[in-house]
Design a protein around this ligand. Structure first.
Ligand SMILES: Cc1ncc(COP(=O)(O)O)c(C=O)c1O
Length: 522
């Protein structure tokens, strides 16, 4: 007897009635469906080449392109018509170049100091184009993009001194990476059952971070159901502005005495306000002794790891972290958005996020292989190919040049600090520790004006006139202008010109008067 094909059973029908068509069709829509691919590929190439030229021209002349408010004309021109009328590829490309490209957030300009924001590079631009062409979904499976992401993670793991079993995942930024790191810490403290039971009946966990810790940590503690009241803010040492280890030990002891369950210390490497660094080695010693998890928020400051001494010394001990969160989109100049969560214990990391769903189980071979999948290490299932722009940045420029950029930015912040110390109009509000410089208009020069109003006027005046861009913050309750140097395009001349411009503006202000400086000067 001929052997029956095992698959033939799938085709065997038990009914003699022929299957009815579910929907009767008078025409086949596949024949009339418009394609989203170009009909004329040569015309499409011409549009694309012209667009790329415009982008490169924009970057080449970026000094003439500071932040500008999005004008009403551009708002009108970019409104999506209610009719949804298509305008085609060429007109769309034209609109992008004319109405959108000029109105970025200013962080590509060399005199942008206002916030800790990265600048981007041409290598990143090209990588984004390739990634968009591939349109890979990096949640999992067996394809080139996941191997590139693994390569980037392995590079970071080695640079930051974590062991071979450490794991990582690329994410939107440090906010998401912090949530991931602290979720793994919570799982270590409460056990795997927390995934099912939640924290309602769990012991009250307490965490510790320096005063002024970034909002990203507070948000992560809230989202994990731990409650931000249980995040203890530890005072800073007045000399270094980093967390005071003695005060940390006292807080932990006092919490244990009152029945709290300390579980995690969040160390900050590069505080957003002052660029200060917690003493990670001292904190890691305390964590080891007290059996606490050490998470490091190194959003930008972690990259001092590849800088020259003495700046590199500020992150000594970062390799002792249980979890690390930092960004590529800040000091590595990689295009937004891109950060990473690195975990010392890769198994625990996976156990915190892996799923049992059969449709998400890696196979042994084929496109469904490539396990373990990234969706088992974080929040997202569908994920873009973020790793390519990091990989391209490292390939194109190399670690040494990227490290030099970080060191040079710190030297430029120190230069800015020197200028301010010598200034007749300005005063430093905190020491320049790495790449952030906080200062104020000297209150003694504006006797009857509120120094806060003078600082606000300075920031707004220059934001509206194409820079230098500064922002406003508070340091130890004192109002301050903040300049963060995170930009590979910023030169010594930019820094000198920025402070000279602020001084000249101060000089132009009335020293006193009922209307305040902004009204008087503008
Ligand atoms: C110290 C610090 N932590 C966390 C964050 C949040 O990072 P992201 O914006 O990449 O989510 C920032 C952002 O500036 C930061 O400076």
């Amino acid at each position: 007897m001929p052997s029956q094909c095992p698959l033939s059973v799938l085709h065997r029908s038990t009914s003699t009635v022929p299957p009815k068509a579910i929907v009767s069709r008078t025409h086949d829509p596949a024949e009339t469906q418009p394609s989203l691919d170009p009909e004329d590929w040569q015309a499409c190439r011409d549009v694309a080449h012209k667009l790329l030229d415009s982008c490169l021209e924009h970057l080449q002349n970026i000094r003439d392109r500071p932040w500008r408010e999005f004008p009403e004309g551009a708002m009108r021109a970019t409104a999506l018509e209610e009719s949804g009328q298509a305008i085609g590829l060429e007109a769309t490309a034209d609109k992008m170049v004319r109405e959108i490209l000029p109105y970025g957030s200013g962080n590509t300009h060399p005199a942008f100091f206002g916030w800790v924001q990265g600048t981007g590079t041409v290598a990143g631009l090209l990588a984004e184009m390739v990634a968009a062409t591939m349109n890979s979904n990096c949640g999992g499976r067996n394809h080139g993009a996941v191997y590139i992401e693994r390569e980037v993670i392995a590079w970071c793991r080695d640079r930051f001194g974590l062991p071979a079993g450490a794991s990582g995942v690329l994410v939107t930024g440090t906010s998401q990476a912090t949530l991931i790191g602290l979720a793994v810490a919570r799982q270590r403290a409460l056990g795997a059952t927390v995934r099912r039971t939640g924290v309602r009946d769990a012991p009250q966990l307490t965490a510790y971070a320096v005063e002024g810790v970034h909002q990203a940590t507070i948000k992560a503690i809230e989202l994990l159901g731990l409650g931000s009241d249980n995040l203890r803010l530890v005072p800073r040492s007045p000399r270094t502005f980093g967390m005071c280890p003695r005060q940390l030990v006292e807080r932990i002891r006092s919490d244990r005495q009152s029945g709290g369950v300390p579980f995690c210390v969040i160390g900050t490497s590069g505080s957003v306000d002052t660029g200060s660094h917690d003493p990670l080695n001292a904190i890691a010693d305390i964590c080891a002794e007290q059996q606490l998890w050490l998470h490091v928020d190194g959003a930008f400051g972690a990259w001092l790891r590849i800088a020259d001494p003495p700046y590199r010394d500020l992150v000594a001990g970062i390799d002792r972290a249980d979890s690390l969160a930092f960004d590529f989109h800040k000091w590595m100049s990689v295009q937004y958005d891109c950060g990473i969560a690195l975990l010392r214990d890769g198994e625990l990391h996976r156990a915190t996020f892996s799923s049992e769903s059969p449709y998400l189980r890696p196979r042994d071979t084929g496109l469904g292989a490539g396990g373990p999948w990234f969706c088992d290490y974080g929040i997202d299932l569908s994920r873009g190919f973020r790793a390519l722009k990091v990989w391209a940045t490292l390939q194109a420029y190399g670690e040494a040049v990227l490290g030099e950029t970080v060191s040079r930015n710190c030297h430029l912040a120190a230069l800015m600090g020197d200028q301010i110390e010598r200034s007749a109009w300005l005063r430093l509000v905190s020491p320049v520790i790495s790449n952030v410089c906080c200062f104020t208009a000297d209150p003694s020069r504006f006797s009857s004006l509120d120094p806060m109003a003078v600082n606000e006027a300075i920031a707004i005046h220059f934001q509206q006139r194409g820079g230098p861009i500064l922002s406003i913050t508070r340091v130890d309750g004192r109002h301050a202008l903040r300049a963060a140097v995170v930009n590979h395009r910023t030169t010594r001349e930019d820094v000198i010109a920025a402070i000279a411009a602020v001084e000249a503006y101060c000089e132009s202000l009335p020293r006193s008067g009922p209307n305040g400086p902004a009204a008087a000067a503008d």
